[in-house]
Design a protein around this ligand. Sequence first.
Ligand code: 48H
Length: 304
Amino acid sequence: MKSTKLPYPDQDEAAFNIEPVEVGLRKNRPRSKLLAEKQTGKRYLGGKNMNKFKNPVSAGQASRLILRHYFQALEQAVDSDVIIVGAGPSGLVCAFELGEKGYDVTLIDRHLVPGGGIWGGATSFNKVILQKDVDNILTEFGIPYQEDDQALVVSALTLASKLIFAASSHPKVKLFNLMTAEDIHCTEGKVDGVVIISSAIEVSGLHVDPMVLMSKAVLDATGHDAVIANLYSRRIPLQITKESFMNPLQGEEDVIRNTRMIAPGLFVAGMAATNISGGCRMGPIFGGMLLSGKKAAQLIAEYI
Ligand code: 48H
């Protein structure tokens, strides 16, 4: 094997990975690293010092920081402008849009991984289809797409992760996963809060009391189950018509039309809107979900 003199005192072969490197392209890499890469034709990852942290974090420090920051966020969520229940496509888009408008948004989802029904595409084939009309929304969220046969094709994984990233990293949005909405708070007929419980407690069936987050408006974006709308209707009956047959051409327009306020302070979007107003199903076509989230944000902003 050809021996090469490397420019670092603590150099060792293990510091180089096996991928060939296009030397000279990474202009802002230090000259000495570039030289090392040029000599070996491999990416320089660092010397023996890689085995040590300059700023180690202890277990106690990690626990303290997690508790401090999580409960700081949860305490702020006790009073927010809008609570969105369900972080599927419609809820995520609505949360981001309201955050962009300057509202304090609390977004909760009962599952470990938000994203709702996006991840699996259609029957686990992880692509989703959108109308060309929503190319500007995909661009807004930095989601790459391919145009084919007069429609847009997107990776379900990219769509889910980009929407989650946009909402969860927005400074005005607080996203809590593993948090279940089990009831609603109502004052003089107006919905103004959500009763929450840790999903772990809900799943375990333990007898533990929940607590309440308050807001000026609540969005039911819980998908097919329309959980919040049904909780309301159990006390003050709404005229609820379950979703109709699969018909994407109609269903995609139904979901936008049915995105609305259904009781004072209570809004519906996405499949929840379809599932209380008798709209058609639409399968793996997602343009309507994104537009429903946008419309909900606009209606809620006008209301509060
Ligand atoms: C907290 C809850 C609770 C609760 C549920 O189903 P989703 O993806 O919702 P939408 O409406 O934004 O998108 C629908 C779309 O994914 C879909 O299913 C389509 C297009 N189907 C077409 C067809 O023909 O079937 O997400 C809802 C989210 C989920 O992440 C749930 O975990 C969450 O709501 N959720 N969160 N408390 N009680 N119930």
